[in-house]
Design a protein around this ligand. Structure first.
Ligand code: 5GP
Ligand code: SF4
Ligand code: MG
Length: 464
């Protein structure tokens, strides 16, 4: 999912709309904005893309000088209208709206407890647990309320809360999902990724730190440490696939990191070939790196149709198969007789990659070599990326050679987990005034080391 928030700006809802637009890649199922106008909350949300949910009239309704917004991508709860965010509540007569990127791993348990105590839930999403926890928590102010509400919550959250006189941003103690602070004029902005700042002319200030809460009010910005420092677990998959290449997440410029991953792949798994072909769009930056390092020329042998709504092809496996051909096509004449290296960022189920290999062969390629700029995805994610369950991940039950045969590729190579992490670390840059030490990364979908330990019962339940 994507979150965006802005405080004290005359065009709060318009800028939130633009911010969500820039963050559309993080979720296409639905979008919503809540604005605060003189202590009164206004909310508009709907299924579909940002451009489908909002128009001039809807945006005009969203009056007020502060707003938060959300793009939904379902990892918890079914994808239906009632599960869209922002969620809203009135707690001790104070209206509040909440948006969340991540996944609360113990939400089902907490929900059962809350329901036993009489809480009424109106959605299926884990985020609603937070609303109830905040409503029930004791504390003299919002800071202490948040602190006690989150004390029992496990999982990943980059969370924004809009109140009549404050915008609050919180990252979970592991810092799984990104959240950055920006500034436009005198107004502070919070967003999942810095590409949202570029669009609205805001400057990047810094990231919200893992376990940190920032409170933005008329008086400025204040910082609180909600949790003691623990080992960070920034999602490495954000850098490999999820984030937009023009963003900077976890202090790392995403495009540069992806190019480095491609270079490393060329060094670690070279192959004699005539042409490097990226799988657009996620394979573009890594393919450039691969081509530069190997000296093999890059050509855009596959073209993507950008007008295919992901919303339409995502949910069902049957439509997904069909989807590959609407999405990608080989450029006629370019690949005939060539030895082709195809570069992509990851293989999940293997179904798309298999179709890509056969498409390239049908275009006349003599050899097809698949190179992947991540390690094999072996385990499901429980922290906010929608990976299928373990059984559907091709690498969890097949050897490299078996996967190569399934794809019908002449050769196949992935990056090692170590190489992947090294290249990501080397891509870290430090901006003036930033003294952040490089943290640790979550790599659980590759190595099965889940930063939040499972109970035995959960292991069985998840097929681990
Ligand atoms: P596969 O061959 O496993 O069917 O598909 C691999 C492709 O899926 C890669 O191009 C990769 O960029 C893409 N991919 C990886 N993770 C995700 C995800 O969470 N959502 C979507 N839509 N595509 C993904
Ligand atoms: Fe990211 Fe993978 Fe960890 Fe999920 S399991 S947070 S996708 S690195
Ligand atoms: Mg891709």
């Amino acid at each position: 999912c994507a979150v965006f928030g802005i405080y004290n700006h005359p065009e709060a809802a318009n800028l939130t709309y633009l911010g969500l637009y820039a963050l559309q890649h993080r979720g296409q199922e639905g979008a919503g904005i809540a604005s605060m106008d003189e202590g009164r909350m206004i909310i508009r949300k709907g299924e579909g893309l940002v451009s489908e949910v909002f128009d001039e009239t809807v945006l005009r309704d969203l009056r007020g000088s502060s707003a938060i917004g959300h793009n939904r991508y379902s990892t918890a709860g079914s994808d239906s209208q009632k599960n869209l965010q922002p969620l809203t509540a009135t707690i001790s007569d104070i209206p509040m709206a909440l948006v969340h990127n991540g996944n609360l791993t113990n939400a089902p348990d907490l929900r059962r407890i809350l329901e036993d105590e009489g809480a009424l839930f109106t959605t299926d999403v884990d985020t609603e647990v937070l609303v109830h926890m905040i409503a029930r928590s004791r504390g003299v102010d919002m800071v202490s309320r948040m602190e006690s509400a989150l004390a029992n919550v496990k999982g990943s959250y980059s969370l924004l809360t809009l109140l009549p006189n404050a915008l609050i941003g919180i990252r979970d103690p592991h810092g799984f999902r990104p959240l950055s602070i920006g500034k436009v004029g005198n107004s502070y902005v919070l967003a999942s990724e810095s590409c949202a700042f570029d669009l609205i002319g805001a400057t990047y200030v810094r990231d919200v730190e893992p376990g940190e809460m920032v409170v933005i009010t008329d008086a400025g910005i204040e910082h609180f440490r909600l949790f003691p420092k623990i080992t960070e677990a920034a999602c490495i998959f954000e850098l490999i696939y999820f984030a937009r290449p023009d963003s900077r997440v976890f202090g790392i410029p995403v495009y540069q990191a992806r190019k480095r991953l491609g270079r490393r792949l060329a060094a670690d798994s070279p192959v004699e070939a005539d042409i490097v072909v990226p799988v657009p769009d996620s394979g573009l930056a890594p393919a450039l790196g691969y081509a530069e390092e190997s000296g093999i020329p890059l050509d855009m042998g596959l073209v993507r149709n950008h007008y295919v709504g992901r919303t339409f092809i995502e949910p069902q496996q049957s439509i997904r198969h069909f989807g590959v051909k609407i999405k990608l096509n080989a450029v006629p004449g370019l690949l005939a007789g060539k030895r082709v290296v195809v570069i992509d960022d990851s293989i999940v189920r293997g179904t798309t990659s298999r179709k890509i290999v056969s498409m390239i062969r049908e275009a006349g390629a003599r050899e097809v070599h698949m190179r992947i700029t991540s390690a094999p995805i072996n385990f499901p994610c429980f922290y906010g990326i929608d990976t299928p369950n373990r059984g559907e991940l091709i690498a969890s039950s097949h050897t490299l050679e078996e996967i190569r045969r399934y794809l019908k590729a002449d050769s196949l190579a992935y990056l090692s987990i170590g190489a992947m992490e090294e290249e990501v670390r080397c891509s870290q840059t430090f901006l003036e005034g930033e003294s952040r030490t490089p943290g640790h990364y979550c790599k659980a979908c590759f190595d099965g080391n889940y930063p939040i330990p499972f109970t035995q019962e959960e292991r069985v339940q998840h097929g681990l």
